[in-house]
Write a protein that binds this ligand. Sequence first.
Ligand SMILES: *Cc1c(COP(=O)(O)O)cnc(C)c1O
Length: 482
Amino acid sequence: MAKVKFHSGEAVPLEMHKVRIVQKLSLAPIERRLEAIREAGNNTFLLKNRDIFLDMLTDSGVNAMSDKQQAAMMEADDSYAGSETFTKLENKIRDIFQMEYFLPVHQGRAAENIISRVFVTPGSIVPMNYHFTTSKAHIVLNGGSVEEIIIDEGLQVTSQCPFKGDMDVGKLQTLISTHGAAKIAYVRIETGTNLIGGQPHSLANLREVSRVCRKNGILLVFDASLLADNLHFIKDREAECRGMSVRDITKAIAGLTDIIYFSARKLGCARGGGICTNSRDAFMKMRELVTLYEGFLTYGGMSIREIEALTVGLEETMDEDMISQGPQFIEYMVNDLARQGVPVITPAGGLGCHLDAMAFLPHVPQTEYPAGALASALYLVSGVRGMERGSISEQRNEDGSEVYSNMELLRLAVPRRVFTLSQLKYAVDRIVWLYQNRDLIGGLKFVEEPSMLRFFFGKLEATSGWQAKLVAKFRKDFGDSL
Ligand SMILES: *Cc1c(COP(=O)(O)O)cnc(C)c1O
C-alpha cells in the first residue's frame, strides 16, 4: 500500500492492487437486522452471512488471495506422499526463515497442540508476552501454566508506545531466577499480539528475550501468525530497521528463535499452518505427532491446493506494499474515529480496529457485558459484524463466579485486501453516530450459557427494551436509508 498525499494535504492509503473477482453484498434494512441479531441471541458468531454487510469478525481464513495464488492452485501436485507442491513450500520456508525443518499442520492451533504435547510437562511454566486463547488452552491442557509478562504499556488502552507487544525482560529474568530454568517449558513470543489489539513487538526486544533464553538454555517459541503486520510496524516504527528489507527483518527475527509456528489462515492468505525449526531433535519429537493428528508429513491436513497458495502467499508477505495494506487501512479508521472522539485502542495496531467498550458505554456495568452489547448495537445500526473481546470471551471460575477481563473490546477486523476505503468510511460513520447515541444502548444478560466456550455458542438478550429505541432513533435520523 502506498500512502499518497492529496492536494488538501491529507495522506490517504492507496490500494496497490486491483480487484478482479467480486462477491455481491447485501445490506438488509435495520428492521431485519433487529430480527437477525435477536435470532442470533445477540451473539455475532451466530449471525448468518446473508444478514451481514461487512464481516469484520476476524481476519482468519478470509483474506483475499492474489491472482498468482489462485494460478498456483491449478498446478497442485496432489499425492499423499512426496508431493512436489510440498517440496516447494519447504524450500520457501528455508528461503524466508532459514530453517531446515518444516512440519505442516491443518491450522495454527494444531501446531500449538503438537508443541505443547512435546514440550509442556505438568507443573511447567510458559512465560509469554500475552496469551492467545488456543495457545493458552493447549498449555493448560498439558498441565502447564502461563505467565503473561507484557510491558505495562501493553495493557493501557490509549498510549503512544510504538511497541506495546514487547515482553518485560526484567520480569522474564525474575521468573527464571524464582523458578529455575528447568521449570520453564519454553518462552513464547506472539508477534502482532492478537488479544491486546494486534500490537507489535520490536526486533530489539526480541533480541533481548532471545539473549536471556540462550543464556539460560531455554527454548524460544515464536507464534508468527500475525507476522505480516508486525513486520510492517518494525519497518515503519523501529529506527534501526528502516534501512532493512522486509526479508532481512524476517531473517533477523527467525535467527533469534528456536521454533516458529503459524496459522496460515492469517499468515500467507491461505488456510493451514506449520512449524519450522533448525533443531533436528525438536523436529523428530514433533514429527510423530504430526502423522498422528494431522496427516502425512507432506500435507499435514492441508489441501495440496492451499499449500500452493501458501507458498506464493509467504513470498508476497515479503512485499511492503502487501503487508502495509491492512495496517494502513486500520490506521486510517482508528485515526478517523479518535479524531471524532470515539474511544479506540491507540496506537493503531494490525488485525483490526478495536473499540474500547468500557469508555464507549460507561453506563453499562461489566456484569452486563459492555463489549457484547456494543457488538450487538453496531450490527443493528450498520450490518457490520465485529467480535466481542471482553468478559463474554472469558470463562467462569470453578465456583461459578464471573471472570471480568482487563479490557472490554469490540474488535473490528480488517481482512487483508478485502474491503475498500468507502466501506471503511461507512463503518466509521455508523460508529460515530452510535457513539453520539450511546446513551440509548443498554446491557445484555445470558439466556443460554454453555460452560465451555460460551462466546461461540451462548445466547443473550437485552436487559431492557433498548434495541427498539435505537431502531426508532435510527429511522428518525436516517429516514428510509438502510
Ligand atoms: C489465530 C491465531 C492462532 C490459532 O490459529 P488457527 O489457525 O485459528 O488455529 C494462534 N495464534 C495467534 C496469534 C492467532 O492469531
